[in-house]
Design a protein around this ligand. Structure first.
Ligand code: EPS
Length: 387
């Protein structure tokens, strides 16, 4: 079974990810992984770090001559500041010692206070270094491998921003296809609707001027997803539930929707489901709409997979105004300042693609098995022929 584990702190030496359970023979290069990681740095409103961060990565194990060996794949991603300066060396040193400047004016909405209480820390940096969304850089490296595995089945996963702050794309506006991904990625906020994109950039500029932050919503689309991933039999193997868990695990995500989830709740049953038709040309079933987001009974039905994730405005503010408490003195305070983004919704879309890809790859492997990519693809094709 495909699984992965990340390690590393935001301002430590490096992030590390180990991806276990990939079949042998998956073709992958450092450049392919690096390209995905560069997409995570996109988006108007990101902080200074995304401009200097190189996400320089090394494939430490599991890949030989451009192909996986079936062994765990280990990837190291160096944090640029550590290697280009000595800025964080003392603050983040693993050697015994203590910080000169503990952070105690905790940020409302961040993990700071609950994390300090839970782990018995007196310095919020002991929490924030790992709670930081920097960790998603390691996930995206793992996601590049999952996406590559899915590509052998013809599956493609993309995302676009459908809301930033209060600005939303029009309800019936067209969705991008994989052929449009470059256009989405070159848009300043990764939005497919140029008019909405302009308004989103304006909203970010206005929030930046006030030292404030913005959240938003991304939509992840899965094309070519095979029928039958997930299960109607086990509560903990329902694919919509697995996707919700995976998307909700992304830092600052507070809501997940499958298909038109919340809007459909208010409709009559006769208008809430995707009608089914037999398509004689392709000799396959087809649905006449995508309200269910490609999932029925916790299983993929072969239609376009649609999952959305809502991100709250970042809790770190460039001009902190929210009231908080200094945990050292218990006196009222405003929270400490930490370098941050105005918004990271555009980047979150790339991380959401990653999480969807990891779940789909995991479930595709559960269904089709195979120690080599060839065996995996043959099994998937044999199943497809039964439909
Ligand atoms: C980052 C996410 C944000 C950035 C971080 C890089 O972290 P957090 O989730 O804690 O708000 O602030 O950048 C820095 C830590 C920094 O030094 O600028 C990311 O996703 O890469």
């Amino acid at each position: 079974m495909l699984r992965f584990l990340t390690a590393g702190e935001s301002h430590g030496q490096a992030l590390v990810v180990i991806v276990e359970g990939l079949p042998a023979g998956l073709e992958i290069t450092v450049e392919e992984i690096q390209d995905e990681m560069a997409r995570r740095r996109l988006g108007y409103g990101r902080g200074p770090r995304q401009r200097f961060e190189q996400d320089e990565l090394t494939l430490i194990g599991g890949v030989r001559h451009g192909r996986t060996l079936g062994s765990p794949v280990a990837i190291e991603i160096k944090n640029s500041e550590w290697f280009r300066s000595d800025k964080w060396h003392e603050e983040m040193s693993p050697a015994p010692g203590a910080t000169k400047d503990p952070l105690t004016q905790v940020r409302p909405g961040h993990a700071d206070l609950a994390g300090m209480q839970k782990y018995g820390f007196t310095d919020a940096r002991d929490v924030l270094e790992r709670a930081s969304a920097r960790e998603t850089a390691a996930r995206v490296a793992a996601g590049a491998l999952a996406k590559k595995l899915l590509s052998y089945l013809g599956v493609e996963i993309i995302s676009h921003v459908i809301q930033l702050g209060a600005v939303k794309v029009a309800p019936q506006s067209p969705r991008p296809t994989p052929a449009d991904l470059e256009r989405v990625d070159t848009d300043e906020v990764r939005c497919f609707d140029p008019a909405a994109s302009e308004l989103m950039v304006d909203a970010i500029k206005a929030a930046a001027k006030e030292g404030d932050s913005l959240g938003g919503v991304v939509e992840v689309l899965g094309f070519g997803v095979p029928v039958g991933l997930g299960s109607h039999v086990h509560w903990d193997r329902k694919l919509d539930a697995l996707l919700a868990q995976a998307l909700m695990s992304i830092q600052a995500v507070k809501g997940v929707e499958i298909g038109d989830g919340f809007e459909v709740a208010g409709r009559l049953g006769s208008q809430a489901h995707d009608a089914i038709r037999w398509d004689a040309d392709t000799a396959s079933y087809t649905r006449l709409s995508t309200l269910a987001g490609g999932l029925e009974g916790g299983m993929t039905n072969g239609e376009l997979l649609v999952a959305r994730a809502a991100m709250k405005p970042l809790a770190t503010l460039n001009r902190p105004t929210l009231e908080t408490v200094d945990t050292a003195t218990k006196e009222s305070a405003v929270s400490f300042k930490e370098r941050t983004d105005v918004t990271a919704v555009s980047a979150m879309g790339v991380v959401a693609e990653t999480m969807v890809a990891l779940v789909l790859a995991q479930e595709a492997q559960r269904k089709f098995g195979g120690d080599s990519v060839g065996e995996f693809v043959r099994n998937a094709e044999a199943f497809r022929l039964t439909l």
